[in-house]
Design a protein around this ligand. Structure first.
Ligand SMILES: [Mn+2]
Length: 423
């Protein structure tokens, strides 16, 4: 029997800049939200110690940054927490538990050949085994496996890869998995991967092999993907979409007769993350809307305390007119300014108007609307949209027709995410 503690998406060094109170837990050192993620990491490792596991697996996004083109490095505070917490884990387990960590889409300089996992590895070279995005690319090119082998168990590693971005990539990746990542007979075999089907960054091929367990990361909701595959979920709420989710880690027991047992272990955060819905109608004045929102925030009117302050989102629904909306937006900005002060126990205040329908005056409504297009085939739709605009200048038309699709491809290459917040 082998016991694995599976944790994921700890996003250390996660910071929010917009819509949050400019307040620090320790001035110029660590902000409150960043501290939440540090505490969650600490709790996750506490839970892992409790399981008395034989191996600790982290399935990606240990650090929140760098991400995509944002090459910001993790904060020094987050780096120190990572090292000191891992040391604490190793000491508590007498340096007997190997730690396996893979790169996600966060914490890695995707366009450079570096990962933040490298300094973690160099701090504990005997105990930590990593696989970076770069290691994966190299393994694919050299047609070599990417795995860590122990006497009784092999770990096959699948750091994050956007294999769908180029058809050739997908083919190469598929071939590589089939040829290099096959489980070994007579041993226990575990795959560790960062990706989810919804985003097309998790390869089906992984599920064609009889791995005893597939430790998944990237999906912040803890859940079972297949009888032998689980997403551990994030350790702290990252977006408001996660406000109702239970966070935690997984204890995975693999038995000789190839039967697995997966036990979720909860991690509880002290921070409240709450969403309020406000329904608007076309005849509702900005003043009425303001009053409705003031009725919500008044319940938080007490001295600010960073340990217990809430993260609040107001979701606006229904209808309004565009001219009302401009005033409402001004009011919202005013309310935000008011509540992110010492007088309210609010850490974050934001609003979301993505589901609010704003009607525009007839005079402005003559031209076709961009949002009626870009649905089926964004590039083709864009050309149709251009035609409908009846642009007289041929040169301009050609320029738009050339530039537009390039921009669309760039924007949509990341996939369309319904919420404005990103994972
Ligand atoms: Mn991720």
């Amino acid at each position: 029997m082998v016991k694995i503690a599976h944790i994921s998406d700890t996003h250390l060094s996660h910071r929010r800049i917009r819509n949050v109170r400019d307040s620090w837990k320790e001035r110029y050192r660590v902000s409150w939200i960043e501290n939440d993620f540090s505490l969650a990491f600490q709790r996750a490792l506490d839970a892992a110690i409790e399981t008395k596991c034989d191996y600790l697996v982290h399935s990606g996004d240990l650090f929140d940054v760098p991400v995509k083109r944002n090459t910001t490095s993790p904060t020094e505070y987050a780096r120190a927490i990572a090292i000191s917490e891992i040391r604490r884990f190793l000491e508590a387990t007498n340096f007997r538990v190997p730690i396996i960590i893979i790169d996600g889409n966060h914490g890695t300089y995707l366009y450079r050949n570096n990962s933040t996992l490298e300094f973690i590895k160099s701090a504990f070279p005997e105990n930590i085994f990593i696989a970076t995005n770069y290691d994966l690319k190299r393994a694919i090119v050299k047609k070599e496996p990417l795995k860590v082998e122990f006497e009784e168990i092999n770990f096959y590693l699948f750091p994050y890869l956007e294999f769908k971005s180029i058809p050739k990539y997908e083919e190469l990746y598929d071939t590589w998995i089939s040829q290099c990542q096959e489980p070994e007979e007579g041993k226990m075999n575990v795959a560790v991967a960062h990706g989810m089907f919804k985003n097309y960054d998790l390869h089906e091929r992984l599920f064609s092999f009889p791995y005893d367990y597939v430790a998944l990361g990237h999906d912040h909701q803890q859940r079972k993907y297949a009888p032998n595959a689980w997403q551990a979920g994030s350790t702290e709420k990252y977006t408001f979409a996660e406000r109702g989710q239970e966070k935690g880690i997984l204890e995975v027991i693999i038995k000789k007769e190839k039967e697995i047992e997966v036990n979720p272990i909860k991690i509880v955060s002290q921070r409240e993350m709450k969403q309020f819905e406000v329904e608007l109608s076309s005849d509702m004045s900005a003043l009425t809307v303001e009053e409705k929102i003031r009725e919500i925030v008044v319940n938080y009117r007490r001295n600010f305390d960073g340990n217990t302050a809430s993260r609040i989102k107001v979701k606006l629904k229904g209808k309004t007119s565009l001219s009302y909306w401009w005033t409402i937006e001004d009011r919202l900005a005013e309310i935000q300014k008011n509540v992110l002060t010492e007088e309210y126990n609010i850490l974050e205040f934001r609003w979301d108007e993505s589901e609010l329908k704003k009607s525009i005056p007839q005079s402005l409504a003559k031209t076709p609307q961009m949002d009626q297009y870009l649905i089926e085939d964004p590039v083709k739709d864009f050309i149709n949209y251009l035609k409908n605009l009846e642009i007289d200048d041929d040169i301009k038309f050609e320029q738009y027709a050339k530039l537009g699709p390039e921009i669309i491809k760039e924007v949509f290459s990341e996939g369309i995410i319904s919420s404005k917040e990103e994972l």
